[in-house]
Ligand binder design. Structure first.
Ligand SMILES: NC(=O)c1ccc[n+]([C@@H]2O[C@H](COP(=O)([O-])OP(=O)(O)OC[C@H]3O[C@@H](n4cnc5c(N)ncnc54)[C@H](O)[C@@H]3O)[C@@H](O)[C@H]2O)c1
Length: 391
């Protein structure tokens, strides 16, 4: 079980930007980073307000001289220290990812960034170029790829168990913003429905990039073209809140994506189905320990997380015995641990477990931003098919 707790060398010195008090995803990043002991949180700027940031940093037992007021100050000062951070994790609202990631890459710091990578494709490809040029690891937390049964689905599809993939149906249809939450001062809804912060499509940037990565991660196929209808279904909202997107994949497979924040009554609503020549499989995030397999020539099976018959890729990231549920936090931690394995291998010039190298990177982040652009372009042109492949 879990190569992630087999690390023998010292932890990576980690800094964080964002994720302050009351934030949605900050605590998840911190717990995921801590879970396997690969990272030591030694510096941070956690809030846009310098004083709030410093007070919060103190509650995390960060040394007084490393409780920063701004990310610019942190980038500058950490670069000047012999024990400066080796990796930075960025979990601020979308519009700031680029400037922050860039500042740390330029100072030779590995990056873990939340999605969408940026709101602008030129900025995303610039980050990709910088990471490549500097030889730095750049992970993007498309965290659903950290679930053991998603890794199992990937192993099965990639080994040809379903035959050639023909259809991919993916949905991330949540109901969290079915009312005009932003009018009530709801913090996360307010920035997610402000185009200058959330990006040109809120729903595709926020949810579509996850669904897009998950479909690509499991199938190994790339989306080549799409046709999108993006809608605003809650009156008074400034951004889209629902998207229906038809997909064409590079092997000729067809697919559909439904992303929504107004699927009232749904909780998170993440589900993927992949249909090949010989059968299909289905994974639903709210039942993360099951993978349903439906062969054309036999009865339906439900594979169980932790079982001995699973692929090595799924066994490797298993944390608990079968029948003992695990979930979002564990999957997020698997992404953090895979990224640590890649950074440690570069630091120590050592070999890395190839199974650690499927974590989402800046390349996946760029494709996500391109997917958002194409969806917006298609929607603006009445659902015209738009080529998603980057020139
Ligand atoms: N991977 C996932 O499952 C997942 C889930 C939720 C959010 N996200 C992503 O994480 C990011 C943050 O989302 P959230 O919902 O946690 O937002 P949030 O509004 O809850 O929290 C943002 C935090 O960043 C801080 N912040 C803002 N500007 C800052 C700055 N310049 N310097 C330092 N801190 C700053 C804020 O004070 C706040 O603490 C977004 O990009 C979002 O898309 C990812």
């Amino acid at each position: 079980m879990q190569t992630v707790d087999s690390q023998t060398t010292r932890s990576l010195r980690l800094g964080m930007v964002g994720g302050g008090p009351g934030s949605h995803i900050g605590a998840t990043h911190r717990q995921a980073a801590r879970m396997d002991g690969h990272y030591d949180l030694v510096a941070g700027v956690f809030a846009s307000d310098a004083e709030r940031s410093r007070v919060f940093a103190a509650t995390l037992a960060i040394a007084p001289d490393r409780r920063y007021g701004t990310w610019q100050e942190m980038a500058e000062q950490e670069a000047g220290r012999a024990d400066g951070i080796e990796v930075v994790a960025i979990m601020t609202p979308n519009d700031s990812h680029y400037a922050i990631a860039r500042a740390f890459l330029e100072r030779g710091v590995h990056v873990i960034c939340d999605k969408p990578l940026t709101n602008d494709l030129a900025q995303a490809t610039e980050l990709q170029r910088l990471a490549q040029e500097r030889g730095l690891v750049f992970g993007v937390t498309f965290n659903y790829s950290g679930y053991p049964m998603v890794r199992q689905a990937r192993a099965m599809v990639r080994s040809g168990e379903l035959g050639a993939v023909r259809l991919v149906q993916v949905e991330l249809a949540s109901g969290w913003a079915s009312t005009l939450l932003e009018a009530e001062g709801h913090k996360q809804a307010t920035w997610r429905t402000t185009p200058a912060i959330a990006g040109k499509s809120s729903v595709v940037g926020d949810l579509g990039t996850h669904a897009h990565h998950l479909a690509r991660y499991i199938t190994g196929l790339e989306v080549s073209e799409l046709s999108a209808e993006l809608s605003t279904l809650v009156p008074g909202r400034q951004t889209d809140d629902n998207g229906h997107i038809m997909l064409r994949f590079d092997n000729g497979a067809r697919g559909m994506m439904w992303v929504s924040m107004v699927a009232a009554g749904n909780l998170h609503g993440l589900r993927i189905r992949v249909y090949g020549e010989r059968g299909s499989l289905e994974w639903v995030q709210e039942r993360p320990d099951e993978l349903v397999v439906r062969p054309v020539d036999g009865p339906q099976q439900i594979l169980a997380r932790g079982a001995g018959y699973l692929a090595p890729a799924a066994q490797r990231v298993n944390r608990l015995w079968p029948g003992h549920p695990e979930g979002f936090m564990d999957a997020f931690a698997n992404i953090y641990s895979d990224i640590a394995a890649a950074i440690v291998a570069r630091r120590d010039d050592s070999a890395v477990d190839p199974l650690a190298l499927t974590f989402p990177t800046v390349d996946d982040g760029v494709l996500g931003v391109r997917f958002v652009d194409a969806a917006v372009e298609s929607n603006q042109q009445g659902g015209r098919w738009v080529d998603v492949r980057t020139p």
